[in-house]
Structures are given as C-alpha cells and as structure tokens.
Design a protein around this ligand. Structure first.
Ligand SMILES: *[C@@H]1O[C@H](CO)[C@@H](O)[C@H](O)[C@H]1NC(C)=O
Length: 250
C-alpha cells in the first residue's frame, strides 16, 4: 500500500513535469508553408514575404571577417558581385572574389535555440546559409546581423531581427478556430480538474462528512505528506530510477 501511494505520487509528479513543460513551451511548432512562411497550429504565420524585394538585395553589404555579406528575405536576386540568382551573397574586400550562398527555392524552415530559422542551400561550392529570425515587435524595418561562419562546413550564419518573426505580425495574422495546441488543452483540463477537486472536496468534507478546519481539505493526510513524497520523487529521479522499474521518458 505504501509503495502504491509512493508510486502514484511519483507518477503525479511525472505528469506534472510533462504538463508544465507543455504549458511553458516558448516556441510553438511552425509548419513550413512556402519558402517565405510557416504557420503555427492556430494558423498565425511567421511570414517574411513583405521584407524582401524580388531581384534586388534588401540589405547593404556588411563586413564580417574578411568578407562582405548581403541577404534578401524570401526572393532571389542578382547583382554585380553574384551574377547568378541567389538569396545571399559574399564578396571579398577588393570585390574580386564572390560566392552565392544559397537559393530561395532550397529554403528549409526549422526551429532551434529559441529561433525560427531558415536554411538555404545550393550556394557556390557547397556553401549554405542559416538565417535566424529574431522576433522584435518594434522592428518594422528588418535588421541583419552577420554572426559568423563555420568555415569547414561552408555554413554562414545570419540573424534577421524583424516584427515578421513574431507569429501573427505578418501574413496570416488572425488565429483560426480550433487554435489550441494539445499541450494547451491538457493544461486547461488539468487546471480545471485541480479546481474542481479542491472545491468539490471541501464541499464534500463539509456537508457529507461534517468536517471543519484543516480537515476540510480533501485528502488532507496526503497533502500533509506531500513534501515527503516530493523528496522521495526527487531522490527517485536522482538515483536514476534504480529503486523501481520505469519506462524511460524517450
Ligand atoms: C505571406 O504574406 C503575403 C503577404 O505579405 C501573402 O501574400 C502570403 O499569402 C502569405 N503566406 C505565404 C504562405 O506566403
């Protein structure tokens, strides 16, 4: 019996961890719609289409290390340095050497490190570019920072700060119906259950059991012992589950 209570306490804590993690997910999944946009579950878009100019680089070339770089959100361009259609271009000081760094058509959206980002491939000699999109609701004019390159893999990192990186600011802006994520729904159901449990429990103890004071709290015995259970749960996690067999959490 004691073991059962202990295990169910641990299971509750395990569930809580999962639910809280979902409640806190700061960067919701964004499904790629096109080269220039992705959509959250609720339909709001991260959409950079309006930032770029077809055929012309949006940003001035800026120096980083020994090279100058530019990028055009969403659309390919050609210029005096890069004579083939590309989304980003690199040239040296003298302007004698230059390389296209990727094409619009190869855009692949993903998310990591707190940013939605776009990976452009098909640059000259295997070069490719990752553009991290930083959400700044006040940045109506986008800003480009050249962060650096990973020389051996010919991978170039840019960060573009723009309001269009904030979901729902550009493109499809209104949430569409059915806009809650599974995590959000679980979060709400869980919160409602907690409230119902306590209110229902207090009413039950008062009117059915005729209890008063601390005894009104449903399962007050359990709640008094909870700190102990939590300690056990933490010890269980720290000991890597050696005390009982659990399935691993993926
Ligand atoms: C993105 O925004 C543009 C307007 O700026 C709109 O025409 C387009 O449909 C939106 N969505 C996608 C997937 O490009």
């Amino acid at each position: 019996m004691a073991m059962f209570v202990l295990l169910s306490a641990e299971f509750t804590i395990f569930l809580l961890v999962i639910i809280l993690r979902d409640c806190n997910a700061d960067l919701p999944t964004c499904r790629q719609l096109s080269e220039c946009a992705c959509a959250l579950n609720d339909g709001r878009e991260v959409n950079i289409s309006r930032l770029g100019v077809p055929g012309f680089p949006k940003f001035n070339y800026q120096k980083s290390g020994n090279y100058y770089y530019t990028y055009n959100p969403c659309y390919n361009f050609k210029d005096n340095y890069c004579g083939t259609e590309c989304i980003a271009c690199q040239h040296n000081d003298a302007g004698t050497t230059s390389f296209p760094l990727g094409t619009a058509g190869s855009a692949e959206w993903s998310q990591d490190g707190g940013y939605y980002s776009i990976h452009y491939r098909d640059g000259a000699g295997g070069r490719s570019t990752v553009v991290e999109l930083e959400c700044d609701a006040s940045a109506q004019e986008p800003r480009l920072d050249v962060i650096g390159e990973s020389g051996s893999s010919k991978l170039y990192y840019f960060r573009m700060t723009t309001e269009c990186a904030c979901p729902g600011r550009c493109g499809q802006t209104a949430p569409q119906s059915g806009g809650l994520s599974a995590g959000g729904v679980m979060c709400i159901i869980f919160s409602v259950l907690v409230v119902v449990y306590f209110i229902g429990g207090v009413l039950f103890m008062k009117f059915v059991r005729g209890a008063g004071g601390m005894e009104l709290v449903p399962n007050s015995g359990f709640w008094k012992e909870l700190p102990g259970y939590i300690k056990d749960g933490v010890m269980f996690v720290i000991s890597c589950g050696k005390r009982a067999s659990y399935k691993s959490m993926s």
